[in-house]
Design a protein around this ligand. Sequence first.
Ligand code: 3BY
Ligand code: FES
Ligand code: FE
Length: 422
Amino acid sequence: MTVHPTVEELLQRREQGHSLEAPLYTRADVFDLDMDVIFRRHWIFVGVEPDVPEPGDCMTVEVGASSVLILRGEDMQIHAFHNVCRHRGARLVTAEKATIGNIVCRYHGWTYGETGALLFAEHMGPEFDTSCHGLKPVHLRTLAGLIFICLAAEAPDDFDRMAETIAPYIGPHDIANSKVAYSYDLIEEGNWKLTMENNRECYHCAGNHPELTIPLQAYGFGFAPDELDAFHRADAASYEGAQASASARWTEMGLPSAEREELLNATGFRAERLVLSGAGESHTLDTRRACGKLMADFTQADLGALSFWTQPNSWHHFMADHAVTFMVMPLAPNRTLVRTKWLVHKDAAEGRDYDLENLIRVWTATNQQDADLVALTHGGVSEPAYEPGPYSRFTEGLVEKFCQWYVARMSRHLLDAALRMP
Ligand code: 3BY
Ligand code: FES
Ligand code: FE
């Protein structure tokens, strides 16, 4: 007889410090619950302000079955709505990006303003109340130029906690005054939690990321002190010295670098600015800036890399010359979208200030390598021989934090739902 544990059982019996049981990565009912509990009830990273730089610019983002319309109004405010006409439900905007005036449904012409109010509906008679048929709003917040949405009626109330902690870190990079130099979608053949777990460690970096390990300082991502021989111990000590003196220099420039970590909050996050190898400027093969025109008003290029991670679906790297943002969106139990965007100063010109190929080389290569690792892992966890394996306490502490967050958020929701039952 096949035992088919409930999701509650799988969550409850999860062994700390170990990867999850297979059904949590593979089962369709778990995937549906992930979409409902994690992706519809938490703050989800969906894009950047430069995606919609001008009034009338809009973009659509798909979260499970929902399409969300994100629109910048004349007042420069960004609004989010369900992309569903209040007449008979037609999708309003189908393009991923567009520039529009009012939002006009092509089916019967119902017309909405930038705040979602229904402005015009022909042939509905004098008794028809337009004020009851505005677009349904979606919660939207920005954090130093990054756009987050929440599909729940009531969004988690700790977004401000993340925003106030992190704005001083990202703010100086002036993301609102940058532009998207390149964006691309990669579909990973694996569960979204494997994508996130893979992102939360660099245990796999040395063996899998020949390009990324050029700018990255290996010691920034954890190591077991006892394993180091005398040579590497000296190497690690010199890394720590370099990080300390760079941090002191950055602090004087108003660039905080110390680790902030609150990954177990409902709106969990982590940030830290680390020195890079070599010239220390950027995630490039020669460790030098890829874009000659630096972001914001920076005059120095050796600002290391500020990394920012959010639960459940994003990570970002901000350097002096460019930033890279990553959005993860589950598509199916075994398919996950990773959308990567490279940002440069809005006045930087391709060909003059940067070579696009050079700008995107490290992360396009790294993303493909990570996609391959996620596919390998999904294949392995899907077969009977798989059993949860142990995380390294030195290099996989953040993977454990991701799993703890996931299990806690899911368990809490299931408990709340059970308490609400009659
Ligand atoms: O991109 C990241 O955040 C993690 C840490 C370093 C490499 N890795 C893919
Ligand atoms: Fe949009 Fe009819 S469905 S106007
Ligand atoms: Fe990786």
